[in-house]
Ligand binder design. Structure first.
Ligand code: BTN
Length: 149
């Protein structure tokens, strides 16, 4: 091949390669972060503090609904998350206004546009006065949380 043709070919390959690199969409989604304020479809809001080095966190939960007869108050939560771009996590809410507790387990997903969603499943355990009422003490459900802040 003539030196000029070779030079042109190399230039085309170089420019073509450069263009392909700059226009390719990222294939890996961004990282999902639990820290912040979230709202679910029941109107419940929760705030999660910064995570420590082992992925443990604390926060507060203001539920939009209650199975109790008591006025709703903000309650504390503690939990932990695993490592990863779309991490699994779990947390417990010790309700301050009833004698129940709820455990949530879920995963933090992030879309290609960067929108974060927490998909969770929960168990709400109420205190029943007698062993014979144990059968009705636990409710199960799912909640989806979107980031507020
Ligand atoms: C209680 O009623 O004793 C305490 C409040 C429970 C609220 C539940 S927990 C699962 C579901 N998700 C919410 O955000 N609120 C309800």
């Amino acid at each position: 091949m003539a030196p000029t043709a070779c030079l042109l070919l190399c230039l085309c390959l170089f420019l073509g390669g450069g263009r392909a690199r700059t226009t390719e969409a990222p294939k890996t989604p961004g990282k999902c972060h639990l820290e912040g304020t979230w709202v679910n479809e029941l109107g419940s809001r929760m705030s999660i503090s910064a995570l420590d080095g082992e992925g443990r966190f604390s926060g507060s939960y203001l539920t939009g609904v209650t199975a109790s007869q008591n006025p709703i108050r903000t309650s504390g939560l503690t939990g932990a998350q695993r490592q990863g771009a779309q991490p699994t996590f779990g947390f417990t809410v010790l309700w301050s206004f009833s004698d129940s507790m709820t455990v949530f387990v879920g995963q933090c997903f992030v879309s290609e546009s960067g929108e974060e969603t927490l998909e969770t499943t929960w168990l709400l355990r109420e205190t029943v006065p007698s062993h014979s009422e144990d059968w009705k003490a636990t409710r199960v459900g799912t909640n989806t949380f979107l980031r507020l802040k």
